[in-house]
Write a protein that binds this ligand. Structure first.
Ligand SMILES: Nc1ncnc2c1ncn2[C@@H]1O[C@H](COP(=O)(O)OP(=O)(O)O)[C@@H](O)[C@H]1O
Ligand SMILES: [Mg+2]
Length: 363
């Protein structure tokens, strides 16, 4: 299958609200998806993900900016001339047609030879794990199977780009996990360029080569799953990617690959993972697994255990501190000494703590 790039240059979309007010759904968004890459737009509800995807598909026209598919400018090209297929949350299958006819639909529209259609449909159904389902009505299939049919129908016309808008949101948790892995496998096998929309960070982490984190119509950060999780460039991205506590820090010294900081006079030496500017304010971000519990006075932040939650291998301790409630995740057995109500000290693993620009304080 051919793979092409998708590029957005300074794309904005402004809708008119009921009272004639401007709704800036997408605000100066630029990014590029490489041929064969799987990129996810991740962000809270209403941040502009669907609008971005619909502009790429051609269902909406940008207010400003340019969209390229491969080398071609498609900003004003109608959807059916874009060589794109889209998979939605609602599967959108034709209920009165068999699975086979649902998948064959796009090929029949293209007036492909009957035998060839039959062969291609059967191949694509095998790819999505529905070999031999040609004659079944969609209503006899489970939600996950129906979503596979929708995926087969999108793939069979051999589009250059595959778009997904929250395709797994209607499925139960176990099926969703299984389908994530399936979608990833199929996309890699076919080698198609894919752009996926979700508000679910685990889904984004599992599927993507790169994640684009959005908020209020803007791109907050673009990076690999590991980069956005481990090197968030803002408190928003840090919190959106997972539980994290923020502590106020003072930068004491910037060295070549280390940074000395202090939380209320207690010093820590961190790896310098991002460029640190003396003119900006930072917070110290600590994920639950980057903290542990110590006896009072021995760690960095004093507190009191509110609750211990036992999760088999791990214990999640919720600790009340002067900087708010902090979650500490330790291996079971490691900090069993700290009962609920006990005074403790939260200690920071220096190699796991990250300096994060305090965007609010800096603006
Ligand atoms: N057709 C429309 N008319 C007016 N406002 C819209 C329209 N489509 C979307 N919006 C608004 O644009 C913003 C972004 O919406 P959307 O792209 O659907 O977000 P997401 O998919 O991230 O949940 C929201 O505030 C939404 O209400
Ligand atoms: Mg949406």
């Amino acid at each position: 299958m051919k793979s092409v790039s998708v590029t957005l240059k300074n794309i904005s979309k402004v809708f008119k609200g009921f009272e004639g007010q401007d709704i800036r759904a997408v605000d100066d968004v630029s990014f590029s998806v490489k041929p064969g890459e799987f990129v996810t737009l991740l962000g809270p509800s209403g941040c502009g993900k669907t609008t971005t995807l619909r502009m790429i598909a051609g269902f909406e026209t940008p207010t400003k900016g340019k969209i390229m598919i491969g080398e071609g400018d498609v900003t004003f090209t109608p959807p059916w001339k874009r060589d794109i297929a889209m998979v939605f949350q609602s599967y959108g299958l034709f209920p009165h047609m068999s699975v086979g006819n649902n998948v064959a639909y796009g090929l029949k529209m293209r007036k492909m030879d009957r035998e060839k259609i039959k062969k291609q449909v059967s191949e694509i159904l095998e790819l999505v794990g529905l070999k031999g389902f040609e004659h079944r009505p969609p209503s006899s299939l489970s939600g996950g199977q129906q979503q596979r049919v929708a995926l087969a129908r999108a793939l069979v016309v051999e589009p250059s780009v595959l778009l997904f808008d929250e395709p797994l949101s209607n499925l139960d948790v176990l099926l969703r996990e299984q389908m994530r892995v399936e979608i990833r496998r199929i996309q890699k096998q076919v080698g198609i360029t894919a752009l996926y929309v979700t508000h679910d960070r685990t889904e984004a982490m599992t599927l993507s080569d790169r994640i684009i984190v959005m908020n209020s119509g803007k791109i907050m950060q673009i990076g690999t799953p590991n980069e956005v999780y481990e090197k968030p460039e803002s408190k928003f991205v840090a919190s959106f990617m997972g539980k994290i506590a923020f502590f106020p820090v003072e930068i004491k010294a910037i060295m070549e690959d280390r940074v000395k900081v202090a939380i209320k006079g207690k010093e820590l030496v961190l790896n310098k993972e991002i460029e640190i500017s003396e003119n900006l304010k930072y917070v110290l971000g600590c994920r639950p697994e980057g903290l542990y519990l110590e006896a009072p006075g021995k760690g960095h932040i004093e507190g009191k255990v509110l609750t211990n939650v036992y999760l088999g291998n791990y214990v999640e301790s919720y600790v009340k501190t002067e900087f708010g409630e902090v979650m500490v995740k330790t291996e079971a057995g490691v900090s069993d000494g700290f009962e609920e109500g006990a005074a403790v000290s939260v200690a920071i693993k220096e190699e796991r703590a990250k300096l994060i620009p305090d965007t609010q304080a800096n603006s």
